[in-house]
Design a binder for this molecule. Sequence first.
Ligand SMILES: Cc1ncc(COP(=O)(O)O)c(C=O)c1O
Length: 370
Amino acid sequence: MEVPLFKADLSPEDKKAVLEVLDRGYLSNGPKLIDFEKKISDYTGAPYAIGTNSGTSALHLAVKALGLKEGDEVITSSFSFIASSNCLLMEGVKPVFVDIDEKTYNLNHNLIEKKINSKTKAILPIDLLGHPVDMDEILKISKKYCLPVLEDSCEALGSKYKGEIVGKKSTVATFGFFPNKQITTGEGGMIITSDNNIAKLCKSLRAHGRNDLDDWLYHDKLGYNYKLDEMSAALGASQMNRIEEILENRKSVANKYMKKIANLEEIILPYEEDYSDRSWFAFVITLKKNKRSEVMDYLKKSKIGCRDYFAPIHLQSFYKEKFGYKEGDLPITEEISKKTLALPFWGSMNDNEIDYVVKKLKEGLKNGSF
Ligand SMILES: Cc1ncc(COP(=O)(O)O)c(C=O)c1O
């Protein structure tokens, strides 16, 4: 049997929605994007939703719209996918990392205040692996120091914090729709905000910096081509029609994994705070003492996809060169990042596939023991 790391859950209706766009021949700047944006806005409760061609471009536009620039600093976490910090480097902004909480793996909000100085211009928390950050605590700091919050929710569409869908409470938040995400558009992303000016600026910046009147050939600022095409938007809108079902399916697969590996002494299961109702992005376990590379080699030999989510951003070569970050700067991030292991995960994974992964994981843990 072969089990990939992830698969997109595509229904016949999803495929039909894309084909309809192709049949009509209206492939960009059309009604599907407006429909998709409205669905995300209704679902998250944020008044404005702006579709983009990736989660990374959504983050980049959010950074621009907040006016962040060369010389500014933003407090964030190093334990994430690299795009959540790269978006800052794109504008010459320095990411200042705080260590993570050892249970949720999200940035530890207790460490933020110590890093705030006159250059600090925003906080960029990440709802890592779909687990929401403790937003009330972050908002307290944001209010005290008048710092906007850019929430990277690229892995957390549908996650709830204290009963509310994440994203809306932040100054601006972003979602990503790569095929391993809760819903997919192939490549794609979305910005949400309650701030009319941010929304207007993001809309202009994603379309070459077009002026307020949306005149096709008149540009009042440097912009980009970060637009989401109609095929992708139609797929996203179709997936949003069954978002609850998609999230339920993913939760059910996660719960099956949990039950089947709960008694394995060698691992720590994904943790969830009381305030969280997580929307599952990936299923990531933590190995207590086993050698991860050996376990991964065994899984890969058994044709099972797996990945070492995440390598610390501050230890990526160009971050070390540019900012002088080094081993030992973020002890918890560095320790956890050596032990985490993402197992195959998607919403329509069947019991045979789950059982095969669990069986091979158990064998791999035996082989990989010290
Ligand atoms: C936390 C996080 N931020 C940003 C991104 C970037 O999204 P994309 O791959 O759509 O550019 C991703 C996705 O892969 C992510 O996991």
